[in-house]
Write a protein that binds this ligand. Structure first.
Ligand SMILES: NC(=O)c1ccc[n+]([C@@H]2O[C@H](COP(=O)([O-])OP(=O)(O)OC[C@H]3O[C@@H](n4cnc5c(N)ncnc54)[C@H](OP(=O)(O)O)[C@@H]3O)[C@@H](O)[C@H]2O)c1
Length: 244
């Protein structure tokens, strides 16, 4: 799919990795719908930055775990730009949840944002794409699903579900909509990660370093624009972490 003149919705995309995904798609001529939950200022700045690049963007606040918010994001995107051809499910929370203190509420929250959110977006946008001219969906999982580390059980379970869900949606939405998944390795450390943990994460890759949000943006663009013959795959972008 040629991204020029297409419309892409990227969830949780005002800052960090999502922001870079937006810039990558915009640099290929796509109009961008930035979804954010709380980063209103950063979202407004990103809209301006994308407009200066010569394409268009809007920002829509919304919680992806709420079906009414997802429906509002979809209708807002269509009102602004017409049909949506690209969805990137990037929004996520990453709370440390040690087993000794793990609660059902923490489980519910992680599953709601990290799995139900992408499900609601795939359902809402995927149906619209399948009924229309088709499209492409990229879901963001995590390499650690395959080699879980401690203290993140609900997050890792949700991210594992995203892989199964991507494959199932690839079947459900075929042939007009392709659905793929990216499993990032260490890309951009959260503020909560200690220097020691950051060093360990880099040392655990085959290339001996962290990647960058640009690596994810490039992979997203490839899965949308690089080939129309790829669907239902999980692409690790992890510096070899999964096999190290
Ligand atoms: N960073 C890494 O090294 C790494 C490694 C493996 C996997 N990943 C995955 O790659 C993706 C991007 O990573 P990241 O580190 O940039 O993510 P992040 O900073 O943890 O979160 C990205 C955005 O998600 C949004 N968000 C959270 N809950 C939301 C909700 N209910 N509705 C809508 N948006 C919500 C937040 O928006 P607001 O700021 O507007 O509140 C936040 O800016 C995530 O899916 C993550 O799991 C990242």
């Amino acid at each position: 799919m040629d991204l020029q003149g297409r419309t892409a919705v990227v969830t949780g995309s005002a800052i960090r990795v999502g922001r870079q995904i937006c810039l990558g798609l915009a640099s290929r001529g796509a109009r961008i719908v930035i979804n954010y939950r709380s980063s209103a200022g950063a979202a407004a700045e990103l809209v301006e930055e994308i407009r200066r690049m010569g394409t268009d963007a809007i920002a829509i606040q919304g919680d992806v775990s709420r079906s009414e918010d997802v429906a509002r994001i979809a209708s807002g995107a269509e009102q602004a730009f017409g049909k949506v051809q690209v969805l990137v499910n990037n929004a996520s929370i990453y709370p440390r949840t040690p087993l000794a203190q793990l609660t059902a509420a923490q489980w519910d929250e992680s599953i709601a944002v990290n799995l139900k959110g992408p499900f609601l977006c795939c359902l809402e946008f995927g149906r619209r794409m399948a009924e229309g001219d088709g499209g492409a969906i990229v879901n963001i999982s995590d390499w650690a699903v395959f080699h879980p580390y401690p203290d993140y059980l609900p997050y890792l379970t949700a991210k594992g579900g995203i892989i199964a869900m991507s494959r199932a949606f690839a079947r459900e939405l075929a042939p007009n909509v392709r659905v793929n998944c990216i499993a990032p390795g260490p890309i951009q450390p959260p503020d909560s990660l200690s220097e020691y943990e950051q060093h360990e994460a880099a040392a655990g890759t085959l290339v001996g370093r962290w990647g960058s949000p640009q690596d994810i943006a490039s992979a997203v663009a490839f899965l949308i624009e690089g080939s129309d013959f790829i669907t239902g795959v999980v692409l690790p972008v992890d510096g070899g972490r999964m096999i190290a």
